[in-house]
Design a protein around this ligand. Structure first.
Ligand code: GDP
Length: 572
């Protein structure tokens, strides 16, 4: 491995471990330990840009800007002071540590290599630049430190300011039978009365059929606005026959994707509000007997449309052992039914700890009680108090941290790059938006890989597949048409043969009738001949003779008649 790469890798390892250590130290910057109790300090904004004096130019070659902890006050003076202090305090430390680590890392061989490398570089600098004839080759140069303060270190601040100005949107869906503590959980989570006496939770608005209702609340914390949309499903799982009760939920999720897709295709796409459902908390009843068929069916139908996080409701009704056993049972069933619940982006220590807590066993309460002189949110029982925000009592804190502090952005990204993208591609490919498509090239294959979102799919392969599908459809149509044609021809042939048979039959009957008539006539003729002969014998004269005589007499009469006429004419 060349020196530059080796050193860079080592440096990255060093800074990675350094930043991980600092991130684990508190909740600042949203990178806090998701399992830890909520610190009083909200996430720290990034360091503001130095206005008067730029930070001293870094002297080492490695100074990747390390995140600088600052106070959370919005007061700009305070921030500036904090920034300056942090810069002055941290910069030398960073330099020293970088220098010392560089020393440690540079072995004699490395040093030699380093010198060679520098010599090469200086030689290259002296040479005239090589012209890139093809313009297709990218030139990679070694990492360079700028001399002095240019200002791109301020880029994160620009993003931060823009994001704060724009505000944040998050849609959280809660699904589960009524009475499982969904509204109590939402109130506990955002420390506000999203559901109150004036606007009660879903169980108090139970409908006969499943409805999807949204509640929008603008939450403010340290000048950061969060437009929270809570989507609840009153009536879910409450009917005697719950078949298809997930359909309104699917319709709602897809309608939001459709809305977003339409907004994206408009001319003005500047301010598209994101109402897509970013997360679905699925509440499981604390039965201790695994998942119900409704739970399995719901998750199976929704898992490729929305990020599902399973939650065991009212965990205070289970003993710790029962709860652990119940969790194992649920996870086994989830694997068994190939349900894809929300996956954590990286398999680091914190995420692994979080993963082990899934499904989150939660307790909700809207009342505070006193424990050791401290006011805590909890449920008071004759035998003790269950504290909502106590990590050893339930998983409320990890769940809240995951949703709000550590993984909100990731939930939104997965929604956008996996679930929405699946929907969009299915839609654009002209297919149905259900999950029947099994093709590997179909957009429905978009899944989140272990560390990243696999958002790339092959459009050419998709086209090829569509072509194949089209030709197979055409073939099918052709064979169907042929079948229909054959059937029609067969029908016609049968009809014709029936007609022929009928005609033949009629012909036969007519022929037979004619034959009988002929026979009758022949009989009649014979009888007549017989009678004639008998008459001739009786009268001793033949009919021929009789005819001749009668003709003769007629002609004689005619001649006589003419003579008489002549005579009469002569008289006058
Ligand atoms: P929803 O219909 O799912 O919204 O349920 P609610 O939030 O209205 O809660 C129904 C009932 O359960 C209320 O009496 C709550 O006080 C109670 N409850 C809520 N969360 C918990 C919990 O974690 N444990 C226990 N034991 N009861 C709870």
């Amino acid at each position: 491995m060349p020196f530059g790469v080796t050193l860079q890798t080592k440096r990255e390892m060093f800074f990675k471990s350094d930043s991980t250590a600092s991130a684990g130290g508190g909740g600042g910057g949203g990178g806090g330990n998701p399992l830890g109790p909520p610190s009083t300090a909200p996430p720290a904004p990034p360091v503001s840009a130095p206005t008067s004096a730029p930070p001293p130019p870094p002297t080492t070659t490695t100074a990747n800007p390390t995140p600088t902890p600052v106070t959370n006050h919005v007061n700009s003076n305070a921030t500036n002071n904090a920034t300056n202090n942090a810069t002055t305090n941290n910069a030398p430390d960073a330099k020293t540590s970088v220098a010392s680590i560089k020393e440690q890392l540079l072995t004699t061989k490395d040093k030699k290599d380093h010198k060679d490398e520098e010599n090469k570089e200086s030689k290259q600098a002296a040479k005239p630049p090589i012209k890139d004839k093809t313009n297709a080759k990218e030139v990679f140069r070694r990492q360079r430190e700028v001399e002095g303060y240019v200002g791109f270190a301020n880029l994160p601040n620009q993003v931060y300011r823009k994001a704060v100005k724009k505000g944040f949107e998050f849609s959280l869906m809660v699904v589960g039978e009524s009475g499982l503590g969904k509204s109590t959980m939402i109130n506990s989570m955002f420390l506000s009365d999203i559901y109150s006496n004036e606007y009660p939770g879903p169980s108090h608005r139970v409908k006969k059929t499943v409805q999807v209702e949204t509640t929008k609340v603008l939450l403010k914390e340290n000048a950061v606005n969060l437009m929270l949309t809570v989507v609840d499903t009153p009536g879910f799982g409450d009917a005697v026959d719950n078949s298809d009760c997930w359909q309104p939920v699917i319709d709602y999720v897809e309608s939001k994707y459709e809305e977003y897709l339409n907004a994206e295709s408009k001319v003005n796409r500047k301010s598209i509000s994101d109402n897509r459902v970013h997360c679905c908390l699925y509440f499981i009843a604390p039965s201790g007997h695994g998942l119900k068929s409704l739970d399995i069916e719901f998750m199976r139908r929704l898992h490729d449309k929305v990020n599902i996080i399973p939650v065991i409701a009212k965990a205070d009704t289970l003993t710790p052992e029962e709860c652990q056993h119940f969790k194992k049972q649920i996870i086994n069933e989830i694997h068994q039914h190939k349900i894809k619940i929300y996956e954590f982006p990286e398999e680091d220590g914190d995420n692994n700890k979080l993963k082990q807590r899934v499904p989150f066993a939660v307790v909700g309460s809207n009342v505070t009680t006193e424990v050791d002189g401290k006011k805590v949110r909890g449920r008071k029982y004759p035998w003790g108090i269950v504290e909502v925000e106590n990590l050893s009592h339930c998983d409320f804190i990890p769940l809240r941290n995951l949703l709000i502090r550590t993984h909100m952005q990731d939930l939104k990204e997965v929604t956008s790059s996996v679930h929405y993208e699946n929907y969009r591609c299915r839609k654009l490919a002209g297919g149905t938006t259900d999950n029947k498509s099994k093709s590997s090239n179909k957009p429905s294959c978009l899944t989140r890989s272990k560390n990243s979102v696999a958002s790339a799919w092959n459009p050419l392969a998709l086209m090829e597949e569509e072509k194949k599908e089209h030709s197979s459809r055409m073939q099918k149509m052709e064979s169907e048409m042929e079948q229909v044609f054959e059937m029609k021809v067969k029908e016609k042939m049968t009809k014709l043969s029936e007609l022929e048979a009928d005609l033949q039959k009629r012909n036969e009957t007519m022929r037979r009738k004619l034959e009988t008539d002929m026979a009758e006539l022949e009989e009649e003729r014979e009888r007549f001949e017989k009678e004639r002969r008998a008459w001739e014998t009786a009268n001793n004269v033949t009919v021929e003779e009789l005819r001749r005589r009668s003709l003769e007499s007629i002609s004689k009469e005619q001649v006589d008649g003419k003579d008489k006429g002549k005579k009469k004419k002569g008289l006058f």
